[in-house]
Write a protein of this length. Structure first.
Length: 149
């Protein structure tokens, strides 16, 4: 879910979303605001109070229009995600986030990355069937990551 920290995409504060999820019977909830982790602290405090398991992460908007959910797997993942966010925000002018596929390679081993599909999968170049490779990332000389649709 996204909170009010995803400007113009959600109007609810993270704590409100957590307490509503609890009222609806959820026991786990994820927070993935667009290009920020600013709402994670409020969500964490509310989740602890409500007794919910929080899966904190971030939605990354890439230069080519692709979008990914990024969930840190460990402390190194948090460090990598924060470095990616800093890089993306400092490249562009104010309110412009510029991050590319090549930037993900260093942080990828410690992040769970989930590619969000576009509304029209057939519009992607090279995509002709449901079983296809969308992207290949070279993490290092011995490790390659592939994103599938």
């Amino acid at each position: 879910m996204t909170s009010s920290f995803s400007f113009l995409r959600s109007g609810s504060q993270p704590d409100e979303l957590i307490f509503q999820a609890k009222a609806l019977g959820y026991d786990t909830i994820g927070l993935t605001d667009w290009n920020t982790v600013a709402g994670v602290i409020r969500a964490h405090l509310a989740a602890r109070e409500a007794g919910l398991r929080l899966l904190p992460g971030c939605r990354l908007a890439l230069r080519d229009g692709s979008a990914l959910l990024a969930y840190p797997r460990n402390r190194a993942g948090w460090a990598g995600l924060c470095q990616l966010l800093t890089l993306g925000h400092h490249r562009g002018e104010r309110d412009v986030f510029l991050l590319g596929w090549e930037d993900l390679a260093a942080a990828a081993p410690d992040l769970l990355l989930i590619l969000l599909p576009p509304e029209d999968l057939a519009a992607l170049p090279g995509v002709t069937t449901r079983k296809c490779t969308l992207r290949t990332l070279r993490v290092n000389p011995t490790r390659t990551l592939r994103l599938f649709c």
